[in-house]
Design a protein around this ligand. Structure first.
Ligand code: F3S
Length: 648
């Protein structure tokens, strides 16, 4: 039987397991990338592992999320990251140089390679045939040290694209159509492989818009086969020698198939406040808009901004509205400036910003209260823009520029008739000639030792799992607690991401402001939660901080997949309880695990007995692979990896 492209790349990198969907596999990682707010902890953990040098073919550290540096702690973080990259052999990209996924695509993404990144939109270079996956920071540190990355073998789904995009429709509409059909949960445990004549018709930047936003489907990754278009893109980036041809076998068997005729797609828009809340633009036309933002890792490329620039040239942005363009990379920004497009946009009333994630996570350009913001970004979760109860719509650059000119949401086809606009199409430059001088390549490093300002803390370590766990139920929570509830990502807290001692003061503060102090006073304890505990981002701080505060076990009706992996990684025992037990336990109750915990975990025992208030007992279950049990027993992945490196 033939193989899918995903299976081919995984086979080439497989170090453990077989390719049975749902089973855990271990794969070798060729490249790693880190962004600034997760990268500090990656390097502190890399240091704690006593490793000398990155072992992957390539490691790259980017500064992109918190580029405005309005607190010295941000600047200290960036300096620490530069010093860590230099010390351990990674490339470094300084603030203002661009968003990790954009800069990585331009400089390093390579077909057939595996990439692991400490950011959920790491799958972006799937548009160039690279198998790229987002993960927690400790997984990145271990992979960078030469260890395998473990993931559940995904199901591979074929997305067959027929036809060609009509004028005024774009790659963004392809992924919005996927979200409309499949929802934000439709990709869990899956890789989407895009094939067919429609896929061949798309340029690489269009393909990466689609693979980038596969993350919103919950997918493990998304991939395109490589072809002349891939080769052409790499050649224009000056990296033609990195091209290889990669296709699925003709007789490859997919778990499922989705067919989209590109010719049927009209301009689409995701309404507040979920990326899958998608409707045709014409259905919400007429809604007054006060802010338009073009940029992000989804639509911040030269090829994304150019259509918007062409549309606003010789026109005027509506007076009651602000239009901001933040290119995804300095390469894109510099080329647009050299070609005169920046001046044209400015003349039309556009505010042209530095290359940054910034507003995508509510840092800068926060919308006014009770107003509509139209963005070419990938997420519109409530509050992400920096203000609660926001109204953020997601759309293509063409739809965004049309709204900026009209002052309200408008189907760009209608505006084209009104203003006599030509469809801008997608145009690649002859050569991507933007400066690359802001990259400090590993071989040109200017640091050879770590520079730690006062805010750069230590990595907390946990002792090996003991035989006895008991403590107070410090907090009883509802269903669907997110990693944002556990460790908020607002800019006043984000600056402590490299300082767990300080960051832990904010643990679960959105649920109960007294929690961190009570946990410190108690010294140990357990958490109780309903369904889907820890959903949301991959941030490992949401497990690390509770560990730091002495939490030894979380008893929940169910756990979100990545957060559960992070609980293992930081030595916290995740126990599943049933509805009745959940209902019966109260905050403040004393909980004791009756079994010898270390022995039970090691021996593969699944059922544990918990005794509550010395009064009643219930069963709790540990669902864990052998590898996860080894991690728990050692007190977490970091101590286990250290032991293994020392031959223990
Ligand atoms: Fe940055 Fe937003 Fe992408 S935070 S990495 S632009 S999703």
């Amino acid at each position: 039987m033939g193989q899918t492209l995903t299976e081919k790349i995984l086979s080439d990198h497989l170090v453990e397991g077989d390719l049975t969907p749902g089973e855990e596999i271990g794969i070798e990682i060729d490249q790693v990338l880190m962004q600034d707010t997760t990268g500090t902890m990656v390097w502190l953990q890399f240091e704690a592992l006593d490793l000398d040098e990155a072992q992957t073919e390539l490691a790259a550290q980017y500064c992109d999320h918190q580029t405005y540096q309005f607190d010295f702690k941000n600047t200290d973080d960036h300096r620490f990251l530069r010093s860590a990259a230099g010390t351990y052999g990674a490339h470094f990209s300084r603030p203002g140089n661009g968003i990790c996924h954009n800069v990585h695509k331009e400089n390093f993404a390579a077909p057939g390679k595996t990439l692991l990144g400490s950011d959920s939109h790491t799958p972006t270079p799937g548009g160039l045939g690279q198998l790229a996956i987002g993960a927690g920071g400790l997984d990145i540190a271990v992979a960078m040290g030469g260890g395998a990355y473990y993931v559940e073998m995904p199901e591979v789904v074929n997305v067959r694209l027929e036809g060609e995009l009509p004028e005024w429709s774009s790659a963004k509409d392809v992924i919005l159509e996927m979200l409309r059909r499949e929802t934000v949960k439709g990709g869990v445990g899956k890789v989407f492989e895009y094939t067919g004549p429609g896929a061949e018709s798309l340029t690489v930047p269009e393909r990466t818009t689609i693979t980038n936003m596969g993350t919103e489907l919950g997918a493990t990754s998304s991939l395109f086969e490589t072809d002349e278009k891939t080769k052409d893109y790499l050649e224009r980036q000056g990296r033609g020698d990195e091209y290889i041809e990669l296709t699925a076998d003709d007789d490859a068997e997919y778990a499922d198939e989705i067919v989209i005729d590109l010719g049927d797609l009209e301009p689409l828009i995701a309404c507040p406040s979920m990326p899958d809340n998608v409707v045709p633009v014409r259905e919400v036309a007429g809604e007054k808009v006060e802010q338009v933002l073009v940029g992000s890792c989804t639509n911040g490329g030269y090829e994304d901004v150019l259509p918007a620039a062409k549309m606003v040239k010789d026109q005027e942005v509506a007076k009651h509205l602000e239009m901001i363009v933040a290119p995804g990379s300095k390469q894109a920004g510099e080329m647009l400036a050299r070609e005169g497009w920046t001046a044209e946009m400015m003349a039309a009333g556009v505010n042209v910003s530095e290359a940054t994630c910034g507003p995508c996570i509510g840092i800068g350009h926060v919308p006014a209260s009770d107003s509509v913001s139209l963005r070419t970004f990938n997420r519109n979760f409530e509050g992400r823009s920096g203000i609660e109860e926001d109204n953020v719509y997601l759309c293509s650059p063409q739809v965004a520029a049309a709204a900026a000119l009209k002052g309200e949401i408008v189907d760009p086809r209608d505006l084209a008739d009104e203003l006599g606009l030509d469809a801008p199409g997608v145009e690649l430059p002859d050569k991507y000639n933007g400066s690359k001088t802001d990259l400090i390549y590993a071989e040109d490093a200017i640091d050879d030792e770590l520079i730690k300002g006062p805010n750069i803390g230590e990595v907390p370590l946990q002792d090996p799992l003991g035989s006895h766990i008991s403590g107070e139920t410090l907090l009883k929570m509802e269903d669907n607690i997110t990693t944002d509830h556990i460790i908020p990502a607002t800019s006043d807290i984000l600056k402590f991401r490299s300082n767990i001692e300080r960051l832990s003061d904010f643990t679960l503060s959105r649920v109960d402001e007294t929690f961190a102090q009570r946990a410190k006073d108690a010294g140990t304890g357990v958490l109780v939660a309903g369904e889907n505990y820890g959903q949301g981002s991959s941030r490992e701080h949401a497990a690390m901080c509770p560990m730091y505060l002495g939490i030894e076990a979380v008893l929940a009706q169910s756990f979100a997949r990545i957060h559960k992996a992070n609980l293992f990684n930081f030595g916290i025992v995740p126990l599943a309880i049933d509805e009745e037990t959940y209902a019966k336990i109260e905050q403040g109750d004393d909980v004791e695990i009756v079994d010898d915990v270390a022995e039970a975990v090691e021996s593969g025992q699944e059922e544990f007995t918990i005794r509550v208030n010395d009064d009643w007992e219930a069963t709790a279950n540990l669902h864990a692979s052998e590898r996860e049990r080894r991690i728990l027993t050692a007190g977490g992945k970091l101590p286990l990896t250290k032991q293994q490196a020392e031959g223990g």
